[in-house]
Design a protein. Structure first.
Length: 398
């Protein structure tokens, strides 16, 4: 029997009450019997390490109602919206997912799809305006939004979850995937840095967490997340920054030129600014109207992990593979379903896939080192089978 599978693309950095609600809504709206989360590994799309390691976050997702969590390969997880969406949608397709459920400020899948259609096949005048805007030094998202205003309700493009949602839909269409996009409205609360409302954003929680302000966080996350935030060995962004700064100082322009995302002399600028006294100086000196801090942070992370243009080209052509981070102990049937779909797991990689997976391993090792932990969890950690029922009855599953 074929399972009816619904996908969620996520970072859960960290998982909070809004995410738990989304998981419940996705199950209900899709009528699926299997909810698959495709989750970023140890490094997130913002170019930072996640506050908790990927195995811990995957366990949280299963305790919150996901049936299985698979890792989005690092090359896509740390990419801009387009690459992030490309990797995640393609992986869900390979796993036989029927629908993708995501939050958006718009809450209207048809409106989002209309914008996606427009952007996939825009008129020449739009392309020209877009180029003009970019040459004026506007950032890419801003340029698109301004150029599109004549043709569509461009306000839809000014909201972060809408833009990601539109990228997902564009990828579904580009890849001729049969996945049905479904959305639920995310209220503005989700993005608020305000910890007073019931649902708040992951970034508000991260801010409080960095200040070790645990009292503030407690009511916004499930208790199993709270326990891990308080009791875990933390990743420190500061450790990464010191490491990355040193890495750039000892790097050279020839190496950086080939890094994915290095364009128009950006690598020269990085090398030049690397000698500035601190990491923030380096970031702000390299930033411009056109190149956002986010883009520069991603470029630096790609440099450190050697995600170069060649690897990225291969990754986009290679058949997707999946690595399971956690599964509900009662749902091992999902694995045989994946095998029946012909999906490739990490035991059966070809040469190209091995090259891409090596970056996942490298990212995991770097993250452990930055947490001052020994050992490679990717080697030592077997697939986590989470006994959700035991957990709920008060006995902790493994």
């Amino acid at each position: 029997t074929n399972l009816k599978k619904c996908g969620i693309i996520c970072e859960y950095n960290p998982l909070h009450n809004g995410h738990v609600r989304h998981i419940q809504e996705a199950k209900k709206a899709s009528g699926c019997d299997t909810l698959i989360c495709v989750m970023s590994g140890n490094f997130a799309q913002r170019g930072d390490g996640a506050v908790l390691d990927k195995y811990t976050r995957a366990r949280h997702a299963v305790l919150a109602g996901a049936d299985i969590v698979v890792e989005l390969p690092t090359v896509f997880a740390v990419g801009a919206a387009e690459d992030f969406a490309f990797g995640a949608v393609r992986l869900l397709s390979a796993l036989g997912c029927e629908c993708l459920h995501f939050g958006s400020e718009s809450g209207d899948a048809e409106a989002l799809a209309a914008v996606a259609d427009f952007l996939l096949d825009p008129p020449a005048a739009f392309q020209k305006k877009l180029k003009d805007n970019l040459s004026k030094g506007m950032s890419y998202p801003q340029s698109v939004s301004k150029a599109a205003a004549r043709y569509i309700d461009a306000a839809i493009l000014d909201k972060p979850n809408n833009t990601l949602a539109i990228e997902y839909i564009k990828e579904i269409k580009r890849q001729n995937s049969g996945i049905v996009p479904m959305t639920v409205t995310r209220t503005s609360d989700y993005n608020s840095d305000d910890l007073l409302s019931e649902f708040c954003s992951a970034s508000a929680i991260r801010t409080a967490f960095n200040k070790q302000d645990f009292k503030k966080i407690k009511r916004h996350v499930p208790h199993f997340v709270y326990e891990d935030l308080v009791g875990n060995q933390f990743y420190r962004q500061q450790n990464f920054e010191i490491f990355a700064h040193g890495f750039l100082i000892t790097s050279n322009a020839g190496y950086l030129r080939n890094i994915y995302g290095a364009e128009e002399g950006l690598h020269n600028k990085l090398i030049k600014n690397a000698t500035l006294p601190c990491y923030d100086d380096l970031l702000f000196a390299t930033k411009s109207k056109r190149y956002t801090l986010l883009k520069i942070k991603r470029l630096i992370l790609c440099s450190v992990l050697n995600i170069n243009k060649n690897v990225m080209r291969k990754a986009k052509k290679a058949k997707p593979y999946f690595k399971v981070l956690a599964i509900n102990a009662d749902r091992c049937d999902i694995l045989s379903d994946f095998a029946a779909q012909g999906a490739t797991d990490i035991k059966n990689l070809d040469e190209t896939q091995k090259e891409i997976y090596a970056i996942d391993r490298k990212a995991a090792n770097l993250y452990s080192a930055l947490c001052q932990k020994q050992g490679n969890l990717d080697r030592s950690m077997p697939m986590q089978k989470i006994d959700v029922n035991a957990y709920k009855s008060g006995k902790k599953g493994d």
